[in-house]
Structure formats: structure tokens, C-alpha cells
Design a binder for this molecule. Structure first.
Ligand code: PAF
Length: 297
């Protein structure tokens, strides 16, 4: 297959190398001005070279994988629109929710698919990516994708599963995205504000605050009719705190490196949904305000 990958951060680079190693032709799109090829090395394997920012190659792409942050989705896609076929499926893989809803109607002709992953990757330096933990990627339809050739999409999923297992089709991707959003609503702002590793949130010092945050989140998910119990929510959050104990969350890193965070698509999305149901979430609201204040410093 010919596959376009937008964003060559850790996850985008991991997919780029895996696709290349499985004999797919990859073209990468980055913010950098590179126009010929760029090299990526996965762990200690032989570095690969892929085409970069070749808009004409995009016309032949059978799949576009968008791995930029939720805050960059609109601007990263804009220059690609004129070159992309209208039947090419686009898979969005990022933290947070709401970025795809914000896309202009002109994108609704393509099958738009949403994904969430527990694959862990880390980019210690430019052009190098480390696959730090195997996980699972779930892919399902966005609300704008009511009619598309499901059989064709499912073939694509089978192909992606052989590239970087496990990849699974998930009809209820909305539910899976909410499960991830909840984890990000707790871990990301707290680790960014306290500039700590994820694992430090397991200490007693954070117990009460995490419990208040989850209580508020529970009100929203029950108003949204998302099926997950309070206890499962607590277990999921602490499971990820433990399994990623040594990591610095993406928001921690964004604040540490004075970059814009995804707060508007994480806690911001939670707050917008709460507003819709007439709910107020003072603890989550306070975290969001703290992150916004840190972002402007
Ligand atoms: O944003 C992140 O860093 C990750 O989604 C997670 C799961 C919180 C692990 O660090």
C-alpha cells in the first residue's frame, strides 16, 4: 500500500518504520521544510528513508494516518486537502476529543476514522524512535462517517494489524475514546502542574484530589450514557499510573518545553460536555485554569 503519515513524532515515526519494514510505501508530512527524504531509526534497527512532504505522492495514498496532536489537526491537514482522493480513509490518532469535530465540512467526504492506542514510543532525538511498550490500537468510525465501504476498511485493519499488532476494529470507538480521555483528564494536568512522573500520582498526597476529579468525571459520563462504573474508572486511572510510572506525560513535557498543551481537547472537552448537561466541575475546572496559566508563562 501507499500510506501517508502526517506528523512524525514518536507514534508517527513508529508507524512509519513499521509500515516501511512491511513493504508499504510511506510518505511523511512534517512541519519541517524537508522536501526529499528523511531518515528514521527504530531502536537499533537499520535506519529507513521515506519520502517527505511530497504532496503529489499523496494522490496515490490508500490511507492517511494523522498522528499530530489534537491542537495541530486542522492546520496540518489544510495543505493536504487539494491532493487527497475523496475516498482515501483518514485515521486520526491523538490524545483528547473534539479535534475531528472541528474540521471543516469539506473533509466529510473522506471516511474519517478515530483511533486510540496503548502503544508506547519515545523519541530521544530527532530521527530516532524507541518502541517502549507493545499495546493495542482500536480504530472505529467517526460520527461523520455513516456510509463507507466497511469491508474495505476492515481489510485495511487486517493489514495494519500485521504491521504493528494488535490493531482492532471497534464499532463503539466513542466509548474507547472516553475511557482514554478520562485517564488523560487525571494524569496529564496533575503531572504537568507538579512536573512529576506519572508514577508519583500513586502517592497518598494525590489520593483525595484524584478521587474528587473522578467523582466529577463520573457525573459527565453517566449523563453521556457511557458505560463504565466508578470503580472501573478508578482502576483504569491507577492501572495507567502504574504501567507508565516512569513516563513523563505529554502535557508534562509540553509545559516543561513551553509548548501549547492539549488541555482544550482533554479537560476542555470534558467541560464542554459537562456544560451541555448543566453540570459544573470545580476541581477539573481549577486544573484547566492552572494549565492555561502555566501555558502563557
Ligand atoms: O498523554 C500521555 O502522556 C499518555 O496518554 C498517558 C497515557 C497519560 C501516559 O503518559
Amino acid at each position: 500500500m501507499k500510506i501517508g503519515i502526517v506528523g512524525l513524532g514518536a507514534i508517527g515515526s513508529l508507524w512509519a518504520v513499521k509500515c516501511h519494514q512491511n513493504d508499504h510505501q510511506v510518505v511523511g508530512f512534517t512541519r519541517s521544510q524537508v522536501t526529499e527524504t528523511l531518515s528514521i531509526q527504530l531502536d537499533d534497527s537499520q535506519p529507513i528513508r521515506i519520502k517527505a512532504n511530497d504532496y503529489h505522492a499523496l494522490q496515490q495514498c490508500q490511507l492517511l494516518l494523522v498522528t499530530v496532536k489534537s491542537t495541530q489537526v486542522t492546520t496540518a491537514l489544510e495543505p493536504l486537502h487539494a491532493f487527497l482522493n475523496k475516498d482515501t480513509p483518514i485515521i486520526f490518532l491523538h490524545n483528547g476529543m473534539g479535534a475531528v469535530d472541528a474540521l471543516d465540512d469539506k473533509w466529510h467526504k473522506n471516511p474519517l476514522l478515530l483511533a486510540t492506542t496503548t502503544q508506547a514510543a519515545f523519541r530521544p532525538i530527532k530521527n530516532q524512535v524507541n518502541h517502549t511498550g507493545a499495546g493495542q490500537t482500536l480504530i472505529g468510525p467517526s460520527l461523520f462517517t455513516s456510509s463507507f465501504n466497511l469491508a474495505k476498511i476492515k481489510d485495511l485493519i487486517v493489514e495494519l494489524d500485521s504491521v504493528l499488532p494488535r490493531v482492532k476494529w471497534c464499532d463503539d470507538i466513542h466509548n474507547a475514546l472516553w475511557n482514554k480521555l478520562i485517564i488523560n483528564c487525571v494524569i496529564n494536568p496533575l503531572t504537568a502542574i507538579h512536573q512529576c512522573r506519572n508514577g508519583e500520582l500513586a502517592s497518598d498526597k494525590f489520593k483525595a484530589q484524584i478521587s474528587w476529579l473522578i467523582d466529577e468525571i463520573c457525573q459527565v459520563i453517566s449523563a453521556e450514557k457511557i458505560e463504565i462504573s466508578h470503580q472501573d474508572l478508578v482502576d483504569n486511572v491507577y492501572r495507567v499510573i502504574q504501567s507508565t510510572a516512569q513516563n513523563f506525560s505529554s502535557m508534562n513535557q509540553d509545559i516543561a518545553h513551553h509548548r501549547a498543551t492539549e488541555i482544550d481537547f482533554i479537560t476542555g472537552y470534558l467541560m464542554r460536555t459537562a456544560n451541555k448537561h448543566g453540570l459544573t466541575l470545580p476541581h477539573n475546572q481549577a486544573l484547566m485554569e492552572q494549565i492555561k496559566a502555566l501555558q502563557t508563562n
